[in-house]
Design a protein around this ligand. Structure first.
Ligand code: C2E
Ligand code: MG
Ligand code: MG
Length: 268
């Protein structure tokens, strides 16, 4: 399992990680999840990978807690076919309970395309995640055909803007990202941009009030044992629980407005 840090735009502190599977084969070397995940999905086996990832993530969180390392949420990717072969809600709550972890230690990412043409089972399961207090994020927002309908029909806590908007970075893409962030805030949904690689993109995402940033600019996905060393070398600090509760509220304020806005910190 590799982890990629997610950074809060307002504070430039690490506010989470995404867990990404890596297959390092003794013969073939490094195999990308883009190659092996679709094969597992087509054969109804991705639930075994994802169950493994969830258990490892719970173990990592528990070890961090024991070592006094600040705990930030780690998101896991759940494939559509997982819902046909296991109950991802039970797998995640089971792993959290086993290690005595809070429900906000793990978040779930479901890619937008997985939600199209489903027969209601995923809707029901997302409802169960909501009830269990586990955040559900829509991955690759804007990559499919029915993003807006999905926002209406499901309760998502966060959307991850598809990285193709940043790859393109045309005036049209910028308008779409601006409006998507504005709309999400209006709906009380948090926003994250994936695939951020340069300063120009960061400045733009800050200017539209996108709350979180993930991408090579801060860090590539890294193995766990290299991560903390890398972050301290980069001078990246972790967000505390108190900071999170403040930023989760301020992050929902729309900054693309005519009104003058200021963010003031008072330390007593
Ligand atoms: P994703 O969930 O949308 O993950 C983001 C992908 O973008 C990752 O690719 C990450 O390494 C890459 N990325 C992050 N920052 C940047 C950047 O700044 N520039 C560029 N060009 N790329 C960036 P990765 O790890 O190859 O994963 C590909 C996809 O495979 C993931 O897309 C996800 O859908 C799937 N996947 C990965 N791990 C798992 C897993 O454990 N379970 C399941 N079901 N799917 C997984
Ligand atoms: Mg993802
Ligand atoms: Mg994505």
């Amino acid at each position: 399992i590799y982890l990629q840090p997610v950074v809060r735009t307002l504070s430039e502190r690490v506010c989470g990680y995404e867990a990404l599977a890596r297959w390092i084969d003794p013969i073939y070397g490094f195999i990308s999840p883009g190659d092996f995940v679709p094969i597992l999905e087509d054969n109804g086996l991705s639930y075994r990978l994802d169950t493994f990832v969830v258990k490892r993530v719970a173990e990592i969180q528990s070890r961090n807690a024991d070592q006094g390392i600040p705990i930030v949420p780690i998101s896991v990717n759940i494939s559509r076919s997982d819902f046909d072969n296991c109950s991802p809600v039970d797998v995640i709550t089971g792993a959290l309970d086993e290690y005595g972890l809070r429900r906000n230690c793990i978040c779930v990412e479901i890619t937008e395309t997985a939600l199209m043409n489903n027969e209601g089972i995923i809707k029901q399961e997302i409802g169960r995640f909501n009830e269990a207090g586990i955040e559900v994020w829509m991955d690759d927002f804007g990559s499919g055909f029915s993003s807006l309908n999905l926002l209406k029909d499901y309760n998502f806590d966060e959307i991850k803007l598809d990285m193709l908007f940043l790859r393109d970075f045309s005036e049209k893409s910028k308008v779409i990202m601006t409006m998507a962030v504005k709309m999400a805030k209006e709906l009380g949904i948090h926003t994250l941009a994936e695939g951020v690689e340069n300063e120009e993109q960061i400045e733009f995402l800050k200017s539209i009030g996108c709350e979180k940033i993930q991408g090579y600019y801060y860090s590539k996905p890294l193995p766990i044992n290299e991560l903390n060393k890398y972050l301290s070398k980069q001078g990246l600090m972790f967000e505390t629980r108190e900071e999170k509760s403040v930023y989760e509220k301020t992050g929902l304020i729309d900054v693309v407005t005519q009104q003058a806005l200021g963010l003031v910190f008072l330390t007593v």
